[in-house]
Design a protein around this ligand. Structure first.
Ligand SMILES: [Zn+2]
Length: 286
């Protein structure tokens, strides 16, 4: 059996795994990114974590990283939580480790993981949405990530309220400003999403109302995605998806009200290790 090395590069931690082509995780390792120490330190940490799990015949390395990046050249442009500036990570890895390396952004990796190993396994057209600090998106068609010219599927920055609050991208009323961690905090007017989630579990009215609103806004965003792509399935992941039971009803309500025909299947992700699985899937992509 030939294996893959998967790297889930984040601003705080680097997760690496040795994975076979069926998506079975054989070995795992996790270490600090140490982003504050600069580019060289982060690269050294990636390489040393790979060495921790490397075993047997390896067919390639897949890296999921925060964007923006160019998946073809393997250059990471200027991510918010990493010190990289136009860093040719793919070339660096290939030179140091003599293994073919594939790179893509974490939201695309999430969607690919779902399409290959998760809820989207038996479908042709899969959309993945990650709800976290921001809102990420990925579009996978026939087990291939759709990139457009390069930056396709930045679904978090599609507008749902043209005169709404400012987003990180500079535009107003992006779906991201309504349904991300920050959006939820703003809807509740204060407190962090985890505390708001805990309050929702206790049945606090204001917390439940917050998720109700957030779900409705998310549903509007998913309606727009459906009008553009009419996918077979949309899979929702990221930390905020743990509040699924508090927002899925209003989410479905919005879609039913707004979409002109029966909406596609929309589910919560149930992949435990979507980050590394998505990175591994990059190596298997045709
Ligand atoms: Zn935006």
């Amino acid at each position: 059996m030939q294996n893959i090395i998967a790297v889930d590069l984040g601003g705080t931690n680097i997760k690496t795994a040795l994975i076979n082509s069926n998506g079975k995780i054989i070995k795992k390792y996790e270490t600090s990114t140490e982003a504050k120490k600069g580019t060289k330190a982060v690269i050294n940490n990636i390489i040393s974590s790979i060495k921790h799990i490397k075993k047997g015949k390896i067919i390639g390395i897949g890296i999921g990283s925060p964007g923006p990046l160019n998946h073809k050249t393997g250059v990471i442009t200027n991510p918010v939580n990493l010190p990289f500036r136009d860093t040719p990570l793919k070339d660096i890895m290939e030179k140091k480790l003599k293994l073919k390396t594939f790179l893509d952004n974490d939201a695309n990796c999430f969607a690919l993981a779902e399409a290959m190993f998760g809820s989207g396994k038996y479908y042709e057209n899969v959309v993945g949405i990650t709800l976290g600090t921001g809102v990420g998106g990925g579009i996978v068609i026939n087990k291939n990530i759709y990139h457009g010219r390069n930056n396709a599927a930045e679904l978090g920055h599609t507008t749902i309220k043209y005169d709404g609050p400012k987003s990180r991208c500079g535009n107003n009323g992006c779906i991201e400003t309504h349904v991300s961690a920050r959006g939820i905090t703003a809807l509740y007017s204060g407190s962090d999403p985890l505390s708001i989630q805990n309050l929702a579990f206790k049945g606090e009215r204001k917390a439940l109302e917050t998720y109700n609103k957030m779900g409705y806004y998310l549903g509007i965003g998913l309606t727009n995605i459906s009008y553009a792509l009419d996918p077979d399935i949309i899979v929702i992941g990221g930390k905020i998806s743990n509040s699924w039971k508090f927002f899925n009803k209003s989410m479905n309500k919005a879609i039913k009200e707004r979409y002109f025909t029966k909406p596609c299947k929309i589910v919560k992700s149930n992949l435990k290790e979507a980050g590394v699985l998505g990175a591994a899937a990059l190596v298997l992509e045709k």
